[in-house]
Design a protein around this ligand. Structure first.
Ligand code: BG6
Ligand code: MG
Length: 210
């Protein structure tokens, strides 16, 4: 391995919880059943695709595309209020130490996230200039499980997929990694599902397998 491509939400930071809470508030307001099991299906998929999954349990009058866009915007406003409160202290000490040690060992490090809020989150965490490449929701047309975001990250790093490891918490993200020809290490929900080549209990375990 020469490059490591990290998903962001739920891998380097706990913003996956902020996504959940913001969607939960929207769903409760609309009287839609939404729980953590359904939330796991939103991991790695784009904002509008996430809304469509939530609306599978909506039984009111059909919504127009404009109304759906407004709902997604409402969720994003609530979500960004949580992001705005973040600071470098929200980057776990052991996460920072893991990133620093991987860099010390000479790996090229990238982000591969479906989120359009990636630049904002990296700035809040004090990581705006840390990564060698950032591929995110702003430079892709298809979200995970499509491999596009990781293939772009590898391209930005100047490495073939076979020389890169993808680190994911989403089942859709692990599928994207496999589809792109990457080695996949999982944490969180994807690790519990056992869909990685490596299923880790915590991110620092990367230092043992690399
Ligand atoms: C992914 C999250 O990282 O980004 C998904 O796992 C989220 O839950 C997606 O829907 C898009 O995020 P954003 O910030 O562009 O709404
Ligand atoms: Mg994630």
């Amino acid at each position: 391995m020469k490059g490591i491509i990290f998903d962001l939400d739920g891998v380097l930071c706990s913003t996956d919880e902020y996504h959940y809470l913001a969607w939960k508030r929207l769903a409760d307001g609309l009287g839609i059943r939404f729980d953590r099991a359904i939330n796991n299906r939103l991991r790695g998929v784009s904002r509008m695709e996430s809304l469509e999954i939530i609306l599978e349990n909506y039984h009111g009058k059909p919504l127009t595309d404009v109304e759906k866009a407004e709902l997604a915007e409402q969720k994003n406003t609530v979500y960004r209020e949580s992001l705005a409160k973040m600071s470098p202290a929200d980057l776990g000490v052991e996460i920072r130490a893991t990133l620093d040690e991987l860099r010390r060992r000479g790996y090229r490090l990238a982000i591969g996230s479906s989120s359009k809020n990636t630049p904002f989150i990296l700035e809040r965490l004090g990581l705006a200039d840390f990564f060698d490449a950032v591929s995110d929701g702003n430079n892709i047309t298809r979200s995970k499980p499509d491999p596009e975001v990781f293939l772009k990250a590898a391209e930005f790093l100047g490495l073939p997929p076979g020389e890169c490891m993808v680190v994911e918490d989403a089942v859709s993200g692990a599928q994207a990694g496999h589809a792109g020809g990457f080695t996949v290490a999982c944490v969180g929900d994807a690790s519990r599902a056992g869909v990685g080549d490596y299923n880790l209990t915590a991110l620092p375990e990367l230092l043992k397998i690399l």
